[in-house]
Design a protein around this ligand. Structure first.
Ligand code: GDP
Length: 475
């Protein structure tokens, strides 16, 4: 049987407390309604206000999405300046460009979606990469994929740092001013990549948001989870508090609403789960991301993982001899450890360790690593599908150890509603790992000066991240 599941195979809370609509055909996307067979019910309930906002969003997306009259009207104005006093129609858009790894992409998409919810826009995804083979459509009766004949498609790759249509560059070059507003451009690029500069960060200022709000098309070239800083924009704070009375659940709810693996990925997830995790009494996920150059296997990282799991009593120790086993319980536990890493050695060493010697408690420790890809190969379909399957599998474990500053781990913890133990950067730390203060992802490059300086100081629910003191996270 599957853990926590009743025999009938009937999902307990199929619609995740009302997050999901019933409007979809189950077969086309099994993960959407089957996740509750594999996941314990979330202790965090979405607010009624969030649910109603999502249903309103779904209607808006149907009205404004690809193929509608409104969409056809909206693409006609691209390239022309818009007089702000003239209404541009009810539909305004956010375009997402796929950049960086999968974790980065998922976090950015969630941020853009929340920005869309707050400002009455809909999001459309650049589909030149393999996004369709990863995720099902989240909105019923329409599509979140940007049509391939979108007029700006050829320009999307030029929306980079210093791109002449990007807001920061335009501010720097004085080709736009956040105060004068008789006309606005029909589209703007927002550059929010980790190396962005002060002008780009003006996106997070109230005054600039007032201007940006008027622009019909916003194209985001972004790889950051910027939701913590949206809370620091005064005019958004009241609405956000209504949407998310529990502030540390933003990503948890958004991710479970938006990201449903396709049937192919779901097959990978369920096969792994049923074979390696479902029978265990306890499961532990360990995500090993090595961000040094060169990356690979390092004994000091292995030692750190062992020190963390020992210190936090996440795994039993290996006894020197059989006679040192102190188990008193009649029924030893089966502990399944799911390791994800580009490199095979970490899980191999762990597995060998528990074979060569007995665990000191008499419990059985089984170690499993689904893939060993060695190199990051973003945009190769099967590679990305494996990455998504592993993120999802990590989110199904009872307890989780993650690597610092890794968006891959952030997504797993948020989906799973887990506060992980974060492995510190191996250096200058006395402890090997620390328990996260919340399950929220870290905004790794948050603006902390400029217009946000004051609110950063006084807002108690936005704090420095455990793994990045200059980053911000919701708690
Ligand atoms: P981050 O770089 O750690 O923040 O995470 P990202 O997901 O944005 O980028 C890392 C990419 O490397 C992933 O999307 C995968 O393509 C690959 N990768 C890194 N770690 C793993 C892993 O444990 N398993 C798999 N399958 N792929 C991984």
């Amino acid at each position: 049987t599957i853990k926590g599941q009743t025999n009938s195979r009937k999902p307990r809370d199929e619609l995740l407390g009302g997050l999901l609509t019933k409007e979809f055909d189950e077969e086309s996307c099994l993960s959407r309604y089957h996740s509750s067979l594999y996941r314990k019910p979330s202790p965090y309930k979405p607010s009624q206000y969030l649910l109603s906002k999502l249903r309103i969003y779904e209607m808006l997306h149907k009205r404004c999405g690809p193929g509608t009259k409104a969409y056809k009207e909206a693409i006609k104005i691209l390239g022309h300046y818009q007089n702000v006093s003239r209404s541009v129609g009810e539909c305004r858009y956010i375009v997402w460009i796929a950049v960086y790894g999968l974790g980065n992409r998922i976090l950015t998409l969630s941020s853009l979606f929340l920005h869309a919810l707050l400002t009455g826009r809909i999001i459309l995804l650049d589909q030149r990469t393999d996004i369709r083979s990863l995720f099902c459509e989240p909105f019923p009766g329409t599509s979140w994929l940007l049509p391939q004949d979108f007029p700006l498609t050829d320009q999307l790759d030029s929306f980079n740092k210093n791109g002449s249509h990007c807001y920061g560059t335009m501010l720097k070059n004085n080709t736009i001013k956040s105060t004068i507003r008789e006309t606005v451009p029909s589209y703007l690029c927002l550059y929010l990549i980790h190396d962005y500069e002060d002008h780009d960060k003006m996106f997070f200022c109230e005054r600039d948001q007032n201007l940006i709000r008027q622009v019909p098309w916003l194209v985001f070239n972004a790889n950051l989870y910027f939701i913590p800083s949206l809370w620091l924009i005064p005019s958004y704070q009241t609405e956000l508090s209504k949407l998310f009375p529990q502030k540390d659940t933003v990503f948890h709810h958004l991710a479970r609403y938006l990201f449903h693996p396709t049937n192919q990925v779901w097959g990978m997830i369920t096969r792994s789960y049923n074979t390696y995790l479902s029978r265990a009494d306890e499961t532990l996920g360990i995500q090993v991301r090595v961000l040094t150059k060169p990356a690979g296997y390092f004994q000091h990282v292995m030692n750190q993982i062992l020190a963390c799991t020992k210190r936090e009593s996440l795994l039993p120790e290996v006894a020197a001899t059989e006679s040192k086993v102190t188990n008193t319980s009649t029924r030893p536990k089966l502990i399944s450890v799911l390791v994800t890493s580009l490199y095979p050695e970490y899980s191999e060493n762990l597995r060998t360790m528990y074979w060569e010697g007995p665990s000191s408690t008499g419990d059985m420790v089984q170690v499993y690593q689904p893939s060993q890809e060695v190199y990051q190969q973003t945009d190769k379909r099967l590679h990305d599908q494996k990455a998504l399957a592993e993120i999802y599998l990590l989110s199904l474990t009872d307890k989780l150890v993650t690597s610092n500053s890794s968006t891959f781990g952030y997504v797993a913890q948020g989906l799973g509603g887990l506060r992980p133990w974060i492995l510190y950067k191996p250096k200058n730390q006395t402890a090997p790992c620390v328990k996260a203060i919340s399950m929220e992802p870290c905004f790794l490059r948050a603006p902390i000066y400029g217009c946000q300086a004051k609110t950063v100081k006084i807002t108690r629910f936005v704090r420095p991240c455990e793994d990045r003191l200059t980053g911000l996270k919701l708690v």
